[in-house]
Design a protein around this ligand. Structure first.
Ligand SMILES: [Zn+2]
Length: 205
């Protein structure tokens, strides 16, 4: 056992798919724009604290079997695939692209950065380090859920990693009215911790 007193805590902020098509475009999520403010606030806290800020994006080719299930969305280099203009994405942040092949790419754990970074490599703690991964974005019942569940599978046995979902930083598609509630339940049962952005600021920054 490592002495927790000797451990440094590193924060990783993960903003999931806060892109135009999910806010006001072809696959707009009800109240999707509401996640922008908590995303900007928490990413700034993490950046100012020396942590890592990561933004995932759906980055689809023009044709993919993914569009058999969904309206065409987030096609590479289009306005719909761009991050919300109100989102505070900085040069030093890491952007992970996903769904670039013929895959759905729901999970940001499938994403790849410009230098080959993956979410797993970014979150993985060094020795004597704890990592707190703070996750929010769109949509609760698809990409947020997949990212959080994959992270819980990858890091579930690691006592030095906490996966935190920001309650007020997510919104759901809700094809079935209880999809959001079922997604929250699945994420919490997998070991993720749900907190509001205000609770996170008070507790960690
Ligand atoms: Zn997609």
């Amino acid at each position: 056992m490592t002495n927790p007193e000797a451990q440094q805590t590193r924060n990783v902020f993960v903003g999931i798919d806060i892109q135009n098509d999910f806010i006001d475009g072809s696959l707009a999520v009800n109240e999707g724009a509401e996640v922008v403010a908590p995303a900007n606030t928490l990413s700034a806290e993490v950046r100012d604290d020396g942590g890592t800020v990561v933004w995932s994006r759906d980055w689809h080719p023009k044709e993919t079997p993914h569009f058999d299930a969904w309206p065409v969305h987030c096609v590479q280099e289009t306005r719909g695939a761009a991050f919300s203009a109100d989102l505070d994405v900085r040069e030093t942040d890491i952007v992970l692209s996903k769904g670039m092949g013929q895959t759905d790419g729901y999970s940001a754990m499938e994403g790849v950065g410009p230098a080959g970074q993956t979410l797993e490599s970014i979150i993985s703690p060094e020795s004597d380090e704890r990592v707190r991964a703070i996750m929010l974005g769109l949509a609760t019942d698809y990409c947020v859920r997949s990212t959080v569940l994959d992270s819980c599978v990858t890091f579930g046995d690691n006592p030095d990693v906490d996966i935190i979902i920001v309650r007020d930083g997510i919104r759901a598609v809700n094809i079935e009215p209880d999809d959001e509630q079922r997604a929250m339940q699945a994420m919490e049962e997998a070991g993720a911790i749900a907190m509001t952005s205000e609770e996170i600021r008070r507790a960690f920054f």
